[in-house]
Design a protein around this ligand. Sequence first.
Ligand SMILES: Cc1cc2nc3c(=O)[nH]c(=O)nc-3n(C[C@H](O)[C@H](O)[C@H](O)COP(=O)(O)OP(=O)(O)OC[C@H]3O[C@@H](n4cnc5c(N)ncnc54)[C@H](O)[C@@H]3O)c2cc1C
Length: 534
Amino acid sequence: MSQHEAWNAAWCQRALPQLAAQPWDLIVVGGGISGAGILREAARRGWRCLLLEQRDFAWGTSSRSSKMVHGGLRYIAKGQLGLTRDSVRERQRLLDEAPGLVDPLSFLFPHYQGQFPGPRVFGGLLALYDALAGKRNHLYYPLQQLRFLQPGLKEDGLAGATRFQDAVTDDARLVMRVLGEARAEGGEALNGLRVVELRREAGRVVGLLAEDSLTGERLRFSAGVVAQATGAWADALRRRDTAEHIRPLRGSHLLLPAWRLPVAHALSFMHAEDGRPVFVFPWEGATVIGTTDLDHAESLDQDARISGAEVDYLLAACAQQFPGAGIGPADVLSTWAGVRPVVSDGAQSKKPSDEKREHALWQEPGCVTLAGGKLTTFRLLALEVLRACASMLGKPLDDQGQAVFRTQPELALPGLTPAAQRRLRGRYGRQLPAVANCMAQVGTECVGATQTLWAELAHAASHELVLSLDDLLLRRTRLGLLLAQGGAAELPRVREVCQTRLGWSDAQWDEQQQRYLLLWQQCYSLPAPAGSPS
Ligand SMILES: Cc1cc2nc3c(=O)[nH]c(=O)nc-3n(C[C@H](O)[C@H](O)[C@H](O)COP(=O)(O)OP(=O)(O)OC[C@H]3O[C@@H](n4cnc5c(N)ncnc54)[C@H](O)[C@@H]3O)c2cc1C
């Protein structure tokens, strides 16, 4: 029913009682990339399936990653060949299926005299990496050529660099696109519904209790099987009968305007402080520095945020690799931090970077919990979860490796460059006609110097279940990261375009705006210097 109606808060409140009353084959808990992938694979098989997300789609780690769709070179170095093989194949599949959403990104790894790994060892790793992908795509550049590829690198001892290829995405839009595919094939997805309890009868999970964040109302849902795709929250609701548990590890990023540190390639290098790999990479017309890897002791109920020590660590990485750039705190446009749902065997002594990045499935009758994993391999993880769910339901599960994203008929988008058209096709897929409709209403102008169209805001406000201003500015679009002060100067026009579409009163808008600016200040800007009032 819902696929033909607006996917917005008013619809959601109307539809909720009916959705809670019907029996589901599968309820997915968690609206990150894992949950979206599971819903998509279940929907294509005709399962009656529903996804519930406590906050917003991609609110967890899936909007806070480093945005790379990659095989994970460092997993090869750690001997996790299976993980690398699966990842490079999925990377290629996503590049083929969703150009404009998942795009190639070339990486440079500079080599300094006496530093490990040298060009030969690194080239060997890449030969294996490329072999797993079935495509050779790396090359060594001596210093003279490297200066053309990337000026400004620290030159002391620099011999050259190796270029290799991976891919980059907008992680939150990837989640939305996968959800769009799932909904188009009969799946349903709701945000603002926190699962507070799994309902068990005779030792089997038979459904759950969820709380509506807007009304506080609690609703009972029934399901043949529940799949928990709650990332860093995976230990919260499940029956705990394994030594394994989630070790939440935070990774943070700094975003700079591209003109302050222009990079045409992603730079990958080892941090002098601890030998960890760090990246400086181009994303959405800006430059990002990331990431860190440390235990996250704060509550998972708040947006994760960068600490002062992490800012120093990332700025030090930047100074190490680009000594002449003089990048300092005043250059930082925004920050974001995410929590890795890393599965730990419980050994206390391991350093964060020594924890393996494999995933785990934990099962009890009527419930499958996924823990760990990567953005890149979401389809494979979804199939693994679904296989476990299918056996609990006594359903068969065929897998012919069908595409995640259905090919769409070409749609003319007049007034846009070919690059902008490709970007919109990739990001919206089946929803492109609705975006084109919004373009007809609000035009084809971009917001400030970003690549985001005002029409994308209008589309999100009307059709993408936006419940709060941060849903709109931090996840449906990334304007809160890409514009100065979280986009504060653009808010009057955002209001003009979106308030009526969202159905918010003036008082609601004012409250949302105040809340958003505070959230941005606390969690997406630089932390206040020690000693200053927060
Ligand atoms: C700093 C960092 C960088 C990364 N970089 C990359 C990268 O470049 N490439 C890559 O492939 N991977 C990367 N990853 C890993 C990847 O981002 C994660 O593995 C992936 O996003 C996890 O997705 P998920 O859906 O399992 O979890 P999440 O995205 O965290 O989703 C879980 C969702 O469950 C919801 N939830 C929790 N409890 C409840 C409840 N009780 N009721 C309802 N909903 C609930 C949460 O609100 C959340 O939205 C990175 C991770 C981090 C932290």
